[in-house]
Design a protein around this ligand. Structure first.
Ligand SMILES: [Fe+2]
Length: 155
């Protein structure tokens, strides 16, 4: 089965840790898609959606901390974009929980756009700035605190 969002180098922001986090988000969107295609039960879909909301909030917090650490000049705008995206996905989660919305292709294509346009449009803009400030493009995997925290709550 084809994925809804295919990860490619085009989506890479060039910072390994961020790419890894984006891949997890892409993976969750693909799992939602798979759930719909296979008409999985509501409980499963709900749990993927919950994980997507949870992970997105954590990921945005990581990006925002990097922006604050490096005094990124477009921090406020980027944070605002994050707030809007979070609002959308939480709204979707609530509606789904109340049975007010069913996850259909229209919603999935919204999520696909939600992920790709943000990465391509907003996230890619911070890379040259972060690198100029000295951020490394890759961190030692074994010391990636984000990965450790996520695995510790999900395994
Ligand atoms: Fe972002």
């Amino acid at each position: 089965m084809k994925n809804l969002v295919e990860w490619s180098e085009e989506l890479s922001v060039g910072i390994e840790e961020i790419d890894e986090q984006h891949k997890i988000i892409v993976g969750l969107v693909n799992r939602l898609y798979e759930g719909i295609i296979h008409q999985s039960d509501t409980v499963l879909i709900q749990s993927i959606l919950d994980e997507l909301v949870q992970y997105t909030i954590i990921h945005f917090a990581v990006e925002e901390s990097l922006m604050r650490i490096f005094d990124y000049p477009y921090y406020e705008e980027h944070k605002h974009a994050h707030q809007e995206l979070t609002k959308h996905v939480i709204d979707l989660q609530k509606k789904f929980r109340l049975g007010k919305v069913s996850i259909n292709m229209e919603l999935l294509s919204f999520l696909r756009k939600w992920v790709t346009t943000h990465i391509l449009g907003d996230d890619k803009k911070y890379t040259p700035y972060f690198l100029e400030k000295g951020l490394k493009t890759s961190w030692n995997k074994r010391t990636s605190w984000m990965g450790k925290i996520w695995q510790s709550v999900h395994q």
